[in-house]
Ligand binder design. Sequence first.
Ligand code: SAM
Length: 260
Amino acid sequence: MSGFDTTWLDFREPADHAARDPALLEAARQFLRAGGPSPLAVDLGSGTGSTLRAFGPEGPTRWRLVDHDPRLLEAAVSRLGGFAHVERMEADLGHLDPVVVADARLVTASALFDLASQDLVERVADLLTERGIGLYAALNYDGVNRWEPPVDGDDAMLAAFNAHQTTDKGLGPALGPQAAEALRAAFERRGYEVRLAPSPWRLDDGQRALEAALREGFVAAVRETGRVEARRIDAWQAARSAHPAHCHVGHSDVLALPKT
Ligand SMILES: C[S@@+](CC[C@H](N)C(=O)[O-])C[C@H]1O[C@@H](n2cnc3c(N)ncnc32)[C@H](O)[C@@H]1O
């Protein structure tokens, strides 16, 4: 099981919340509210519950958190005291059982579908379409990791990183930067109304710790690919650490709703 630790998820949450497209988030809330007196939202790959905190605790929404990592589910429940009804479900999305989305009005996810395969996207789209469920999938990485100022090796490092993004993370060959477009195509084919909006991170002087953690993960991924020589990676890392850098990481949010 590929693990995400709470430290990394905690680091990224403020940047994620600032990045989410506000119009798509509000449209997702409205769709949920229109789903009866206590609509159910199912958050796939919930981690510690970042999506719930982005929606906020107000309103009668019931939430089901789905993750394969029991430590993260435990951490989530302990951090969601303000939410009236939170149910947890330990499940592997690689074998997505319909019970996961049973009775849902809306399925949500964040930073998940870039880890997913095309097969999983099709499976989710089938399950949701059969039941008339909406999808709000935020923060799908789009292939852009741009540090300013540029240094030697940026292009080779990014190409290797993006290749790593398409390797299997436990859910089949990952879509990586193609995730948002794959969601768009899958749901449009099934007659949904689909909206995409950019939700980039723009990390500056106030986010040194997140930028450093991001860079560390970026370098580790590039090393794993074997596509860039170790000495070139070391040189890139040294050059990057020498500059106080601003960093842009591209993401897209997706909202797919059944046509009324
Ligand atoms: C990048 S984290 C995002 C977590 C959370 N949505 C957030 O935005 O902070 C990806 C999440 O997907 C979960 N995940 C990865 N593979 C999974 C699988 N096969 N089944 C269920 N959950 C999975 C991880 O445990 C992790 O919580």
